[in-house]
Design a protein around this ligand. Sequence first.
Ligand SMILES: Nc1ncnc2c1ncn2[C@@H]1O[C@H](COP(=O)(O)OP(=O)(O)OP(=O)(O)O)[C@@H](O)[C@H]1O
Ligand SMILES: [Mg+2]
Length: 333
Amino acid sequence: MDNLARDILSVNEDIAGRHATVAGGADGAPEMIWGSPEMSAVLDLVGKVACRPATVLLMGETGTGKSMLAHVIHRDSPRRARPFIAQNCGALPEALCESELFGYRRGAFSGAVQDRQGLFEAVDGGTIFLDEVSELSPAMQVKLLQVLQDGSFRRVGDTKNRRVDVRVISATNKDLAAEVDAGRFRADLYYRLNVVPILIPPLRARREDIPALARHFLEKHRERLNPLIDGIAPEAMRTLCAYDYPGNVRELENLIERSLVMSPGTALAIGMALGMEPRVMGHHTREPTPARVGSPFPPTTAPPPGAVVPLRRPRRCGAGAYAALGTGVGPGN
Ligand SMILES: Nc1ncnc2c1ncn2[C@@H]1O[C@H](COP(=O)(O)OP(=O)(O)OP(=O)(O)O)[C@@H](O)[C@H]1O
Ligand SMILES: [Mg+2]
């Protein structure tokens, strides 16, 4: 093996082995990929809360992985054999929201021809994920507060109180405290939801995740979109690592897919695909960070521009990934 090939492989080993970790996947749960200390800290906390029945509030910009983490928390909790239901509170018209979440009694409104249970009953014993929780109307905020306080609620049009045992995970990409200050969100509900807050940093604040994620998305989509692509050149990786991703991980995945479609050769070409980002006007990119020891960025000295770093699978830690992080907490707790 010549020096260049050895350098390429060792760069790749470094990225794929030391800096990339994978959790989940085997049981159909989402596969988390990360390589940064920032995400390790987040997942450390996730591992700790998963096994305890605490209410969790996930906060972070769009595309940072809040929905994915909600799923991971359920999967690693003792409730994993019970249902997990996600409901986007912003997607429900106010009139439908109450009957969707809490059910209704026959005759409660025209069209209510039979009793119907809502999501809270359907998920009893499991986890409900309330996405965009800041969008709940004031009336729904009151009902949610009640069910969080003692597990009780009433179906629409019913007089009977019912009880459920449901773990609530909620998420928002708004500043919920500011919503409280502005009078749009109840302070008492905020404190009930915010028992364990987990803030997921934007991708630009954890750039060490980018190489592992980029490889993961390349592997995920290359077969379907462009099987000729067999790696990401160091130049392209540096470009990927230097971009700011206002749409976070979702935007990175889109960018990889678009690059696969547009690449002419066997190496992933990022430039043209990145140029098609509406927001790339020089505001969201920065000079690539110089390579340092242990950096996920390929060293500038090793492979020449255009060299292809062959694909390798990141190390797979499966569902026991948290143990590897030293929390001692993991599935089975
Ligand atoms: N660490 C990760 N590893 C692998 N895929 C990820 C990771 N983080 C996010 N993704 C993927 O990125 C996309 C966006 O993630 P997700 O939907 O969980 O973000 P979100 O924070 O809930 O966004 P929104 O606020 O818009 O609902 C999904 O396709 C998800 O699978
Ligand atoms: Mg989401």
